[in-house]
Design a protein around this ligand. Structure first.
Ligand SMILES: *[C@@H]1O[C@H](CO)[C@@H](O)[C@H](O)[C@H]1NC(C)=O
Ligand SMILES: *[C@@H]1O[C@H](CO)[C@@H](O)[C@H](O)[C@H]1NC(C)=O
Ligand SMILES: *[C@@H]1O[C@H](CO)[C@@H](O)[C@H](O)[C@H]1NC(C)=O
Ligand SMILES: *[C@@H]1O[C@H](CO)[C@@H](O)[C@H](O)[C@H]1NC(C)=O
Ligand SMILES: *[C@@H]1O[C@H](CO)[C@@H](O)[C@H](O)[C@H]1NC(C)=O
Ligand SMILES: *[C@@H]1O[C@H](CO)[C@@H](O)[C@H](O)[C@H]1NC(C)=O
Ligand SMILES: *[C@@H]1O[C@H](CO)[C@@H](O)[C@H](O)[C@H]1NC(C)=O
Length: 191
């Protein structure tokens, strides 16, 4: 019994210490592992160095420390967003089975974001859940129709059976809640 408990705690620790790191667009600041369960990875203030990001043909790339995860993208045009309340979800939750480098097409004009204009300042927040809780990183952007992301590294570490610009939509939030029940279910209510 004692052995079982120790094993369970060790396994749990191994899981909750896995994270993700947004690569492009770059996050507000250097990755802070302990803060990633919090709003914008603990960066509460907008960055002064915004990234030029296109309205069409953008990408989002990241490093995943989980083999299977779900994610969604949120956006705001509030100039200094300080709360999840300021963000709107603009992609469905989608699932990926890729550990390591991941890159997806991210065409803002194909999302549910409305009213975006060239030159506008926006912040995107990326929600990542490897099954052990929700993690967040934010990137502060200036939308620029002439921005060209083709020089950015954009690769997937392994092939995946899913397809589509933003991965495979997850059937329902209900199944996500099931996936993470008991650990983070309540967090969905906060979003
Ligand atoms: C902005 O500057 C900070 C601090 O130097 C850096 O960590 C961050 O990556 C930069 N962000 C962008 C988008 O260049
Ligand atoms: C966008 O953000 C930059 C840097 O934070 C700022 O200099 C600029 O005035 C902002 N533009 C608008 C339209 O608010
Ligand atoms: C951002 O969210 C906070 C917290 O809900 C709210 O007080 C604030 O008014 C919001 N800002 C804007 C510009 O909507
Ligand atoms: C846009 O919103 C509709 C209705 O909520 C949803 O079915 C659809 O999946 C959304 N599309 C994207 C790209 O988020
Ligand atoms: C945000 O977008 C809304 C609607 O598209 C617009 O009315 C508002 O002026 C924008 N706010 C900022 C700070 O650009
Ligand atoms: C982006 O730049 C590459 C070369 O660096 C070019 O081949 C491509 O056509 C450009 N794309 C856009 C949309 O301008
Ligand atoms: C990575 O895989 C996803 C599907 O899981 C796909 O949508 C995306 O285009 C792939 N990225 C690259 C660079 O091939």
């Amino acid at each position: 019994m004692r052995f079982f408990t120790a094993f369970t705690l060790t396994a749990l620790f191994a899981v909750v210490s896995a994270h993700f790191q947004l690569q492009f667009p770059p996050p507000r600041g250097a990755f802070v592992e302990d803060q990633e369960p919090n709003f914008c990875d603990g960066y509460d203030s907008v960055a002064s160095n915004r990234t030029s990001f296109p309205l069409n043909n953008g990408i989002i790339s990241l490093n995943s420390e989980h083999p299977q995860w779900t994610a969604a993208v949120f956006i705001t045009n509030v100039s200094n967003p300080t709360s999840f309340d300021n963000f709107t979800q603009i992609t469905p939750f989608f699932q990926e089975n890729i550990e390591g480098s991941f890159c997806m097409a991210f065409d803002l004009s194909q999302t549910n974001a409305t009213g975006l204009t060239n030159g506008e300042n926006v912040t995107i927040q990326f929600l990542f859940d490897g099954g052990d809780g929700q993690l967040f990183q934010c990137a502060d952007l200036t939308l620029d129709t002439s921005a060209n992301v083709s020089s950015q590294s954009c690769t997937n570490a392994t092939s995946s059976s899913s397809s589509g610009a933003i991965g495979t939509p997850v059937p329902a939030v209900g199944s996500l809640l099931g996936l993470t029940a008991g650990l983070v279910g309540v967090a969905f209510a906060l979003l």
